[in-house]
Design a protein around this ligand. Structure first.
Ligand code: SF4
Length: 561
């Protein structure tokens, strides 16, 4: 899912989605100009950076308004964490760039000049205006008592804020192991603020959005690129370096087209294996001795799949399997074989346990969101928060939050209780699935606290835009169907309960019995069996009988009749 300008341009060209079937023997790009669709030779773009390729295509097509989604060298070489870059955004998680590379598709260029017709324009525009008023209201009234990036709307406002105390002291550095309490001193703050102010040339937003979540970054001597969200810190923290290094290497990483969560962790993992003697000098011929230079060197090897880079290009899980000799212990920050945000915490949080364990979008930010990440210190603060919390699907969520304490009987890991935890996780996840289905930015819907789009107004938005009559129940049902279809794909690929666990040492204090109970109850709540497989009965209720039939045929479900 990308923000930026690509999707609106595609809509103006007359399309909602693109499905690319098959593959090309030679490198090509797709040129969509309204009704005209061409497959063009891209031999001259081979090995070019993602942004560089976009510029070359734009020049070739002689139209500055063309929007281009392109892969870099990582996608061409099928690096398993390759991204698709679009200049003002990227689709990064899950190695989607490798899929384009495998198809021999270097880029998709689109230009649309049609009108977009909606069913009830006056009603839709009025709702949009209301959203704009609300966004302005939230801008003027940030939520107190939460970390800076959660106080406002949008994808975390990393580009606009300078206070990184929370991230740098609570998230883990290196190969996601080291927390650095007391790191954020006045000197660091001054240095990082100067770096950001001098290199962040402009705050930018996506098509028709006032939020400005991204920024153009100009590192002296390098081409300008766009950055958004937590990628600001991932390279810096993986290399135990400073912000200037992070912004510098991110320019290369964007051109190469790699995911900014996974790539830095893979490189830190490789260097940790080297320090532990599991990998040796023979695995790193010619590697520089300077720490930062090593990261640039490794990035180059990975995207070219050269030497050790060929193993690392598969991510820490698969690289560790191939390296052996205890390397698996160092690939410790994965769920379902994919690298996660570098966090190592103290006490098990039941909500996050379920989200990490059962999420299939391979990223906690794609599940969490509308419910606060932690309790507020006092009941007064919680009451204040609940006053205008209109986004809750049901008033009971306010009760859960009002009673949530930092310590004592009503604190984690036993509060919220199991049933409440299931409901909270289900609500948050459901909103993300609705966003994916509608193409809505999570930054204005499923991710922030108190967003402008929520379960009470989204059905009317959709109805006004499409003419399809939809209420909350109908939209919830659609989200459930999609959720179960996604699970069905993974179940067919072999995913079972054994795969549903958080990163190995994500929390120091674990509670196996409670975790088992949470998982069991959540499966029941979702209509899944003891292995996490949707049952025939629940699939039937969602009119997904064809999935149940497929499961029966494959022996995944047994015929109970
Ligand atoms: S809120 Fe979403 S659409 Fe708007 S600028 Fe931020 S990321 Fe883009």
């Amino acid at each position: 899912m990308m923000g930026g300008f690509f999707a609106p341009e595609l809509k103006y060209a007359g399309y909602d989605k693109l499905i690319i079937r098959g593959k090309s023997p030679d490198l090509v790009y797709l040129w969509i100009h309204d009704d005209k669709v061409e497959i063009r030779d891209a031999a001259h773009l081979k090995g070019k950076g993602s942004l560089e390729s976009a510029e070359m295509i734009r020049t070739e097509l002689d139209d500055p308004k063309v929007q281009i989604a392109s892969i870099g060298l990582a996608g061409e070489n099928r690096v398993w964490f390759a991204s698709i870059e679009q200049g003002r955004s990227s689709a990064s998680r899950g190695g989607i760039g490798a899929v384009m590379g495998d198809k021999g598709l270097k880029a998709i260029a689109v230009r649309g000049t049609n009108d977009v017709n909606v069913a009830r324009p006056a009603e839709l525009i009025e709702m949009c205006n209301e959203v704009m008023r609300y966004i302005k209201h939230r801008e003027e009234n940030p939520i107190p008592g939460v970390m800076p990036i959660l106080a406002g709307l949008g994808s975390p406002q990393e580009m606009a804020i300078h206070d990184e105390k929370w991230h740098t002291e609570n998230f883990a550095w290196g190969n996601s192991r080291t927390r650095r309490k007391g790191f954020w001193t006045e000197e660091v703050e001054e240095e990082w603020t100067d770096t950001m102010r001098s290199m962040r040339t402009r705050l930018v937003s996506c098509h028709n959005c006032p939020m400005k979540c991204g920024a153009t970054i100009s590192v002296p001597g390098l081409p300008t690129y766009m950055m958004k969200c937590f990628s600001k810190l991932t390279y810096t923290m993986a290399a135990m370096s400073n912000l200037e290094f992070g912004l510098r290497i991110a320019q290369s990483a964007t051109e190469y087209g790699v995911d900014a969560f996974t790539a830095p962790q893979v490189m830190a993992f490789a260097l940790e294996l080297y320090e532990a003697g599991i990998l040796t000098d023979d695995d790193f011929p010619g590697m520089p001795s300077d720490n930062e230079e090593r990261f640039f060197w490794l990035l180059d090897r990975i995207v070219r799949r050269e030497g050790i880079g060929d193993l690392l290009a598969n991510g820490t899980h698969w690289a560790a399997e191939q390296i052996g000799n205890g390397a698996q212990e160092y690939a410790h920050n994965n769920i379902k074989k994919h690298e996660q945000l570098p966090l190592k915490l103290g006490m098990l949080n039941p909500i996050y346990f379920l989200m990490y364990a059962t999420g299939e979008k391979i990223n906690i930010t794609q599940i969490e969101g509308n419910y606060p990440q932690a309790p507020f210190a006092t009941r007064e603060e919680r009451e204040e928060f609940c006053k205008d919390w209109v986004q809750v699907p049901d008033e009971k969520f306010k009760e859960y939050f009002l009673n949530w304490e930092l310590r004592g009987e009503y604190s984690i890991p036993h509060y919220p209780g199991i049933e409440a935890t299931c409901e909270i996780v289900n609500w948050q996840e459901q909103m993300h699935y609705i966003d994916d289905a509608t193409g809505m930015c999570a930054g204005l819907s499923s991710f922030p606290l108190k967003p402008p789009y929520h379960i009470h107004n989204l059905p009317t938005f959709i109805s006004n835009a499409t003419g399809m009559e939809l209420d909350e129940e109908g939209l919830t049902q659609i989200a459930k169907r999609i959720r179960n279809l996604v699970r069905a794909f993974n179940i067919r690929r072999g995913m079972r309960k054994k795969d549903e666990k958080p990163p190995a040492d994500h929390w120091k204090r674990r509670f196996p019995d409670l975790e088992e109970e949470l998982l069991t109850e959540y499966y029941r709540f979702k209509g899944w069996n003891e292995q996490g497989i949707p049952t025939s009965e629940s699939l039937h209720e969602l009119s997904l009988d064809f999935v149940a039939d497929d499961f029966l045929e494959r022996g995944i479900l047994q015929d109970e009749g």
